[in-house]
Design a protein around this ligand. Structure first.
Ligand code: FPP
Length: 262
């Protein structure tokens, strides 16, 4: 569904968030930075800069609401096709982000994690990102999981290769390959039981997955909203949590109190 919101009336005016039913893993496709900048006659990178500020707002809001994992699609394997100066700017963003936000990350007990081909990003970017992972490794609160140089198809291909190698080396029997085995060979395996997002949000009006967490989102609730990423606020984030709570997740079964249940 497209999630439209008028300024005068918000979902939160009429209902309260149930703190017992906060989605554990929220994944977000942060789209609309370029359009946000264009509307203001600014260069596209100004949208990315503002988008980075919004990452801080959303990370704090999610941590305060009790979300356990927040996965953000920061750079896809397809984003290399963008103009060189835009790619260069996007690769510098993690440095700017951690330079200014590490104290708050620590104050909020947030742990930084990464999924994606980290060896494929410039050495400086890799260094700052791994440094943030290392500096926050002992934090026990929300995991802020950046998908950087990430692509779901590439992730699945790599997982298949790992499993094929294990079969070839006699460490894995074909009959023992289950859905759990596949999950264990994906980059999200480091998230353990929290690997699959409960809620997947895309800003910016498009309604597609763009090679993001395809295996992991099999049973996710999807919210597509017109709001451009740099316009997102903590209140709008709360509204998405409320929309999630108003959905009826059945995982292919019947609703718990469904009278037709046999
Ligand atoms: C898509 O918008 C957005 C991106 C490709 C980059 C997203 C990155 C951020 C929001 C900042 C990341 C922050 C850190 C800390 C790494 P778009 O440019 O495709 O927007 P458009 O569809 O309006 O052109």
């Amino acid at each position: 569904m497209i999630f439209n919101r008028s300024k005068s009336e918000t979902l939160l005016d009429n209902a309260e968030l149930d703190m017992e039913r906060i989605p554990e893993h929220v994944a977000m496709i942060m789209d609309g930075n370029g359009r946000w900048a264009k509307k203001r006659n600014m260069p596209r990178v100004a949208g990315h800069q503002q988008g980075m500020e919004v990452v801080k707002t959303v990370a704090k809001a999610a941590a305060q609401r009790g979300v356990k994992v927040l996965t953000l699609y920061a750079f896809s394997t397809e984003n290399w096709k963008r103009p060189e100066d835009e790619v260069g700017f996007l690769m510098k963003l993690p440095g700017r982000f951690f330079d200014t936000f590490i104290p708050e990350i620590k104050a909020n007990n947030i742990r930084v994690e990464i999924i994606g081909e980290i060896d494929g990003v410039p050495a400086d970017t890799k260094r700052v990102v791994l440094n943030a992972v290392e500096q926050t490794a002992d934090n026990t609160g929300m995991i802020l999981n950046f998908a950087l140089n990430y692509g779901s198809r590439a992730e699945i291909v790599d997982g298949i290769k790992e499993m094929a190698l294990a079969v070839q080396q006699g460490e894995l029997a074909i009959d023992d390959i289950t859905e759990a085995t596949v999950s264990e060979h994906l980059m999200t395996a480091q998230l353990g039981a929290l690997a699959d997002p409960d809620l997947l949000i895309r800003t910016g009006g498009e309604q597609r997955l763009s090679n993001f967490l395809m295996w992991q989102s099999a049973y996710s609730e999807f919210i597509f909203m017109d709001t451009l990423w740099p316009d997102l606020t903590a209140d709008i984030f709360d509204e998405t949590l409320l929309t999630f709570q108003q959905r009826n997740r059945r995982f292919g079964g019947l609703a718990e109190n469904n009278s037709d249940k046999k």
